[in-house]
Design a protein around this ligand. Structure first.
Ligand code: FPP
Length: 266
C-alpha cells in the first residue's frame, strides 16, 4: 500500500514538474514571433509501441492523442497553418492490416473531432490523392472539408496519400495542360506559378519542420515547400510528443537566424 502511494506521489510530482516546465516555456515564448506555418512528420508510433511490447496499432492510436494535443496548442497560440504527414504515397507498402488500422483511425478521428475543430474555427485541407483512399476514408475527408470550409482560423493541412514528388508531378501536368490550352507561355512558368498548383497554394511555406523519433530524413514530404524551412529534430517518439515538445521546438525556432540565402541585417 505504502509502495503504491509512493508511486502515485511520484507520478503526481512528475506531472507537476511537467506543468511547471510548460508554464516556463510558455512564459519564454514570444507570441509576436511565432512561425506562420509548422509542419510535422508524425514518426515513431510503431517503434514506441514495439518497445512497450505492444502491437503497432497501439502506437498509432497513441499518435492520434499527440496529434489532438498539438492541434489544441496550435489553436491556443493562434498559429495560422499546421501541416501533418498522416499517410504517404509509400505507406501503401505496409501490411494490409496496418493500412486498414491507419485508415480507420483517420475516419474515427475526423468524425470524433470535427465538431470541436469547427468550434475552434479550424479549416481542414487534405493534401494528396484523396480519390485513391478507401471509400469510408474519402467520405470522412469530404465531410470534414465541407463542415470546416468556411472556418477562418488555423488551416490544418492533413497529408493523406501524399508524396512530394507526386505533388510536383501533379503541378507539372496542370501547367503542361495550361501550355497546351494556350493559357500560359513558357516564360510565365516561375515559382509563383508552380506554387499555385501545389496543395498548399495560397499558403506560406513552412517556417518550421518538426521530425520526432530520431530519424534525419525528409521522407518525400513537402519537397518544394521546405526550401528554406528550419528543421527541429528530436529523439522523442511521436506518441510521447506533446505540448512541452512543441513549445521547445517553437522556442528553438525563435533563436534561429534565418537568412534565406542572403546576409544577416543588423
Ligand atoms: C509514422 O510512424 C506514422 C505514420 C505512418 C502514421 C501517422 C498516423 C497517425 C499519427 C495517426 C493517424 C492519423 C490521423 C490524421 C488521425 P511509423 O509507423 O512509421 O513508426 P515507426 O517508424 O516507429 O515504425
Amino acid at each position: 500500500m505504502f509502495k503504491r502511494l509512493r508511486g502515485i506521489r511520484c507520478k503526481n510530482s512528475i506531472q507537476q514538474d511537467d506543468n511547471n516546465l510548460e508554464k516556463e516555456l510558455m512564459r519564454q515564448l514570444d507570441l509576436s514571433r511565432l512561425p506562420a506555418h509548422v509542419a510535422i512528420i508524425m514518426d515513431g508510433n510503431g517503434r514506441w509501441a514495439t518497445k512497450k511490447g505492444m502491437p503497432r496499432s497501439f502506437g498509432h492510436r497513441a499518435g492520434v492523442k499527440s496529434l489532438r494535443e498539438v492541434v489544441k496548442l496550435c489553436v491556443e497560440l493562434k498559429l495560422k497553418h499546421l501541416t501533418v504527414y498522416a499517410f504517404s504515397t509509400e505507406n501503401w507498402k505496409r501490411p494490409r492490416e496496418e493500412i486498414n488500422i491507419l485508415m480507420n483511425l483517420l475516419v474515427e478521428y475526423l468524425y470524433k473531432e470535427i465538431d470541436e475543430l469547427c468550434a475552434n474555427n479550424v479549416r481542414i485541407n487534405p493534401m494528396g490523392i484523396i480519390s485513391e483512399l478507401p471509400e469510408h476514408a474519402r467520405e470522412a475527408v469530404t465531410m470534414a472539408v465541407r463542415k470546416s470550409e468556411n472556418n477562418t482560423g488555423l488551416v490544418f493541412n492533413v497529408a493523406l496519400n501524399y508524396g512530394g514528388r507526386a505533388e510536383l508531378i501533379k503541378a507539372a501536368k496542370e501547367i503542361g495542360q495550361k501550355l497546351v490550352d494556350g493559357e500560359l507561355t513558357i516564360d510565365e512558368i516561375n515559382e509563383q506559378e508552380i506554387a499555385r498548383h501545389l496543395y498548399t497554394a495560397g499558403q506560406p511555406d513552412p517556417d518550421l519542420l518538426i521530425r520526432p523519433s530520431g530519424d534525419y530524413r525528409v521522407s518525400n514530404f513537402l519537397l518544394w515547400q521546405l526550401a528554406y524551412t528550419e528543421f527541429w529534430l528530436t529523439d522523442t517518439m511521436w506518441p510521447d510528443f506533446g505540448r512541452k515538445e512543441l513549445l521547445q521546438a517553437l522556442l528553438d525556432y525563435q533563436r534561429r537566424e534565418r537568412r534565406f540565402g542572403g546576409l544577416l541585417h543588423n
